[in-house]
Design a protein around this ligand. Structure first.
Ligand SMILES: [Fe+2]
Length: 218
């Protein structure tokens, strides 16, 4: 049953923006210096593993809490919903191969293992971008008139629950970085009041430090 009113679903495209840029940026950083110090390899490999893990959890949450509800409630759109849902399996295969390439580079950083990692991140990007487009253009509008706000918010909460406590500030800062003021304020609404108040100290500062190490570290 489709409603005439929509819930707020803008957080999907907001989170997707991070996924849309993270792998290209990582590939570029690895290519720029494929055989850096061991500390740098560890930092960057940790960053890439985390970005890959987050995508896995993002899709797993949708597989569990979004797609089944749509299939159940809007059978007339099942072909579309199943088609986009199936793209998760394709993305996961490429994601698994990026995880393996990252492990090889972490273990033995050479020009070859670095290029293999960057290539697998490029490949992930190529498969991921059209999937994110399909989801935003076809699935999200359907969810907006099918799920309750609570059901929708549960998808994001399930995914965020997998972010380790120590990485939460940096993750939040990373997601907010490309946003305009309006979307930033929208995302900040989910933060506890105390964290919102201390945002510059608790989130902006750790993210700025992390981003500087990520982008200019050697
Ligand atoms: Fe998504």
């Amino acid at each position: 049953m489709l409603r005439s009113d929509s819930i707020d679903v803008r957080d999907m495209a907001i989170v997707h923006r991070t996924f849309r840029s993270a792998y290209a940026e990582s590939a570029q950083l690895v290519r720029a210096l494929p055989t850096p110090s061991q500390d740098r390899v560890t930092f960057l490999a940790d960053h890439i593993d985390f970005a890959l893990e987050m995508l896995h959890h993002h899709h797993a949450s949708e597989d569990l809490l979004l797609y089944p509800l749509l299939l159940d409630r809007v059978p007339t759109q099942a072909a579309m919903t199943e088609g986009v849902s199936h793209e998760h399996e394709v993305v996961q295969t490429v994601l698994d191969s990026a995880v393996a390439s990252c492990a090889s580079w972490r273990q033995h950083a050479t020009v070859e293992t670095g290029e293999a990692l960057a290539t697998s991140l490029d490949h992930l990007n190529e498969v991921l971008q059209p999937h994110l487009d399909d989801e935003e253009q076809q699935v999200v509008p359907l969810a907006a008139v099918t799920l309750t706000q609570e059901e929708w918010d549960a998808v994001g909460e399930h995914s965020s629950a997998h972010i380790p406590r120590a990485k939460r500030a940096v993750t939040f800062g990373m997601i907010l970085e490309p946003l305009d003021e309006d979307d930033r304020n929208f995302m900040k609404r989910s933060l506890p009041a105390a964290v919102r108040l201390l945002y510059p100290l608790m989130i902006q500062r750790p993210w700025t430090k992390y981003a500087s190490t990520l982008r200019t570290g050697t």
